[in-house]
Design a protein around this ligand. Structure first.
Ligand code: SAM
Length: 286
């Protein structure tokens, strides 16, 4: 941090220049434009999020040198952004093949701030995985994550693998939500007090009925102890998941069935309460 720079305790954004940060979103409607395909970001993994999402989260809710944990790291979009922005990045991915391929990709990203980045193969619902995450954080010199990102499967919308523990093959919604609850509780334990967590999730239709999966998962995070800070609605561009080339057919089905095609998902922002006795800084609410 430079001499007269004034920041919050959770980001490097210089408050004396707050009007200059045109690329930092402060609105709840996220119109991020087309996918950033620069560097190792390719977008060829079905179900990966656009790099602008972790960019926004990291820029607003972490400082350089801090540690970000992504408990569903997939092809490593978050970890690539970590390297670019100078944050240590630890991912957990259940599929060893995906974890290996993501590491190959992450390793091609430049590392101008020389931060550590790693991917653990594991099931993020388990205590064992949480212990392994904590052990890695310790190796890196810290006791807890500074920020956590969750981008789980949207239940069974995309089947990621046939592995036991893969959240995309859990048979019922109730069981899926219970597993999200477990992940939220581990995330809560792994995160430092007053740290931020982002959950990226969408809704789904089952039997012509909308299932508000996003809000259901949101509630599980609140139940785990998190404070809800934002329900951000992110526009989905050219990515009508699961509809493939049948986009027009889906439009017809929507007309006939009286439903709407998803053009949005959520980026939900949570904060772990500060440690007892430590008050939030003045002007920090809501
Ligand atoms: C929506 S994708 C995340 C994509 C990631 N954000 C990216 O940009 O590449 C969800 C990932 O979670 C993984 N996964 C599913 N169940 C898991 C579990 N129980 N623990 C850890 N990873 C899991 C899937 O294999 C998949 O790669």
């Amino acid at each position: 941090m430079q001499g007269n720079q004034k920041t919050t305790e959770f980001s490097d954004i210089d408050l004396s220049r707050w009007k200059d940060y045109n690329d930092v979103i402060l609105d709840s409607l996220w119109l991020l434009g087309p996918r950033d395909k620069t560097g190792p970001h390719v977008g060829d993994y079905w179900g990966n999020f656009i790099p602008q999402i972790p960019y926004q989260v990291l820029t607003r809710f972490t400082k350089r040198g801090e540690v970000v944990v992504d408990l569903f790291s997939g092809m490593g979009t978050t970890l690539i952004e970590c390297k670019r922005l100078g944050r240590a990045g630890l991912g957990v991915e259940i599929d060893p093949g995906v974890a290996g391929r993501s590491l190959e990709r992450i390793n091609t990203a430049e590392n101008p701030y020389n931060v550590p980045v790693a991917v653990l193969v594991g099931d993020s619902t388990t205590t064992l995985t949480a212990k392994r995450v904590r052990a890695t954080l310790k190796e890196w010199g810290g006791a807890a994550a500074d920020c956590i990102i969750l981008h789980p499967p949207y239940h069974d919308i995309i089947r990621f693998s046939e592995r036991d523990g893969d959240l995309s093959r859990v048979s019922t919604e109730a069981a899926f939500l219970d597993k999200i609850g477990l992940v939220a509780r581990h995330a809560y334990e792994l995160l430092k007090p007053a740290g931020f967590m982002a959950l990226v999730i969408g809704d789904k239709y089952v039997d012509s009925q909308l299932v508000p999966l996003g809000f259901m998962c949101m509630q599980r995070c609140i139940d785990a102890g998190f404070v809800l800070k934002a329900i951000n609605v992110k526009e989905i561009l050219n990515n009508e998941r699961g509809k493939g080339k049948n986009g027009n057919l889906w439009k017809y089905r929507a007309l006939v069935g009286g439903f709407y095609l998803f053009k949005h998902e959520y980026v939900l922002i949570f904060r772990k309460p500060a440690a007892r006795g430590k008050r939030a800084p003045k002007g920090a609410s809501p």
